[in-house]
Ligand binder design. Structure first.
Ligand code: ADP
Ligand code: MG
Length: 638
């Protein structure tokens, strides 16, 4: 039985390996998927040197008998599909029977496996595709697969491996997505002998997510309640406004438990996050999509990362709906994570720091009990007592910002405003959608104390939880944006007739854009009429517009129309236009605000539906909690 034989198509396997095994992380993906398919409840992944030296996956799944263990390393050997019909309804992860032979052809490979009832198991060794030994195995039930020296026999491919740290980070990413998708399985990741993750099985998806991303990030996630649209169910967790990433690493989506990517998903998320996401940024998501396996094709990507949906629009809409609903339900204040480079430097010693009377300065008797949550919402009915928390030890001098403002800014409390008027029912709300019980939107405005203005840019506020910085420009943008959007929905932005209509000469392409979007423009307060080939008459402009050069402004509007209509949905067009045009007409960053204006701005902001970010997704408010400050000042153990 131990006679060496060459697998019939070792070479073919190596070629296929190029597709399946791009890098160590891909090996992990295949092996972990197999372990999951085998019904394992414990999966341990161990790697050495970024997986280039050794990858080992041990599971307690069904195991294989000798015949199957030998078959598993033959090409196109799979226990998972037998017929074409099976292929159409694949729910297991593997299905091509290519992974093991491919991996075995480019590594020093070992399978040790035993079925639960079997007295003895089987151990098979393969070296670069050549079967080198088959023997009995007396280990635990389940399967151990080990792949050493990746690409040892294909130097050309070995060259393409990146640094061990990079390869490890891909492995970790791969591990994270699998562990997230299967909280019911205990997962362990061991890196160079040290446990990187140990995640006991749990029924709670969020607990698993927390174990993987840490408490801090997990506490900033918003729950997406199960939402169904055209038979597509979406649920999970997303980062709220102000939480985003410059790449898609933390945009994690699963389709029936399989981590996948798809452009429909990207579109859906973008649509759902809409103004809550900064341009060029990507959301943080852990979203589970569940649908009938006949609705998509998974067999389009060699590494099974991408899927093709038969109805991509439905998927997009399902995601958009689930996400926008969750965001609206959970307006949360983004926590400030100020990169050290942007942190305020300590005041130079020669600056006089008079005592600020308005602070309550006393040392708390008990240690601070601070909630880890991000939200700083607090009941509006709280008595307006001075903050009982210490801001500085009484003995230390309190640095006080020097205001340029002629009238000294007196700290004052700003009370919540009335709830914002309900918006009209979202037009995209399909009737068949499972509608979440719509709770009346209650505006819970945190109580703030205005401390001052920083560089005419940021309003400093004291909240119960710490220091809050408001970007006055971003806040104004949000307020103006929602005001105009409401106006647009309720019959149009107020406009002003021009005494002398402007004539606008445009290119044929622009003329087409103007004609197509005449109605949207009218709702935005811009009234244009065709006035000959490629000439338009501008009859009215929005009242908010304060520009000496309306023609240039209109040029920009047309340009925006063009880009937006090319990529966005027509439903959003008006909204997007407002988001791009109001920006320039909001208060400038350097405008000096008087106290009543600041108060009004705060009130208006909290009457908004989405107060915590501007229409472009930048945060309007950033909080530095006392806890964070304590850490920075070394007052509390980190
Ligand atoms: P596929 O997963 O596409 O079927 P693979 O090459 O990944 O192809 O695996 C081949 C076969 O080996 C599987 O169909 C399965 O029967 C068996 N197998 C692989 N890994 C395991 C495992 N960890 N536990 C039990 N059986 C396994
Ligand atoms: Mg497989």
């Amino acid at each position: 039985m131990s006679k060496i034989r060459i697998l019939p198509d070792a070479l073919a396997s190596q070629v296929a390996a190029g597709e399946v095994v791009e890098r160590p992380a891909a090996v992990i993906r295949e092996l972990v998927e197999n372990s999951l398919d085998a019904g394992s409840t414990h999966i341990t992944v161990e790697v050495q040197r970024g997986g280039t030296a050794m990858i080992r996956v041990v599971d307690d799944g069904c195991g294989m008998n000798r015949e199957d263990a030998l078959l598993s390393i033959e090409r196109h050997a799979t226990s998972k599909i037998r017929t074409k019909e099976d292929l159409a309804a694949i729910l297991t992860f593997g299905f091509r029977g290519e992974a093991l032979p491919s991996i075995a052809s480019v590594t020093r490979f070992r399978i040790a496996t035993r079925e639960k009832e079997a007295l003895s198991g089987t151990e098979v060794e393969i070296n670069g595709g050549k079967l080198s030994s088959v023997k009995d195995y007396g280990g635990a039930a389940g399967t151990l697969i080990e792949a050493r020296s990746l690409f040892f026999n294909v130097p050309a491919r070995r060259k393409f491996l990146r640094t061990e740290a990079t390869e490890y980070s891909h492995i970790e990413q791969q591990f994270i997505v699998h562990a997230m998708a299967h909280p019911e399985v205990t997962f362990t990741l061991i890196r160079d002998g040290a446990v990187a993750f140990h995640l006991p099985a749990t029924k709670d998806a969020l607990e698993r997510v927390r174990g993987l991303v840490g408490d801090q990030l997990a506490s900033r996630l918003i729950k997406v309640e199960p939402t169904e649209h055209k038979g597509i169910r979406v649920w999970g967790y997303i980062g709220g406004p102000g939480l985003s990433r410059s790449n898609r690493q933390q945009q994690i989506t699963f389709l029936n438990g399989r981590p996948i990517e798809s452009s429909s998903i990207n579109y859906g998320l973008r649509e759902g996050f809409h103004t809550s996401l900064m341009k060029g940024q990507h959301p943080v998501t852990v979203l589970f999509i569940e649908m009938n396996a006949e609705g998509y094709d998974i067999n389009v990507h060699p590494a099974k990362r991408e899927v093709r949906f038969h109805d991509g629009f439905a998927v997009r809409d399902a995601l958009a709906k689930a996400v926008s609903r969750a965001l609206e339900a959970a307006n949360k204040l983004p926590q400030g994570h100020v990169p050290p480079s942007q942190m305020a430097r300590p005041l130079p010693p020669q600056i006089a720091v008079p005592q600020q009377q308005s602070f309550a300065l006393h040392t708390p008797a008990a240690p601070l009990a601070l909630k880890p949550e991000v939200s700083i919402s607090m009941p509006a009915s709280r008595p307006a007592a001075p903050p009982a928390r210490m801001l500085m030890p009484a003995s230390a001098p309190t640095p006080t910002p020097v205001f340029e403002s002629p009238e000294p800014i007196k700290p004052s409390f700003v009370e919540p405003a009335k709830p914002a008027p309900e918006r009209g029912a979202a037009p995209e709300q399909a009737p068949e959608a499972e509608v979440q019980p719509e709770s009346p939107r209650e505006v819970e405005m945190p109580r703030f104390r205005i401390l001052g203005v920083l560089h005419r840019l940021y309003i400093l506020l004291e909240s119960d939880e710490g220091l809050v910085l408001m970007d006055q420009h971003a806040a104004h943008e949000r307020v103006n944006f929602e005001k105009m959007r409401r106006a647009m929905e309720q019959g149009g932005v107020p406009s002003q007739r021009l005494l002398m209509p402007l004539t606008l000469q445009v290119t044929p392409r622009d003329a087409d854009i103007l004609r197509r979007h005449q109605e949207t423009l009218a709702r935005l307060g811009i009234e244009v009429e065709p006035f000959g080939p490629n000439i338009f008459k501008v009859e009215a402009l929005p009242t908010f517009l304060k520009t000496d050069d309306p023609v240039t402004w209109l040029d920009q509007v047309i340009e925006e129309l063009q880009t937006l209509s090319a990529k966005g949905s027509s439903l959003r067009l008006g909204e997007d236009m407002i988001a791009t045009t109001v920006c320039r007409h909001s208060i400038k960053a350097n405008d000096k605000l008087a106290m009543p204006e600041i108060e009004a701005l705060l009130r208006d902001l909290f009457a908004c539906e989405m107060p915590y970010c501007c229409p472009h997704g930048r945060p309007t408010l950033i909080q530095m909690s006392l806890k964070e400050l304590e850490k920075k000042f070394g007052r509390a153990a980190p």
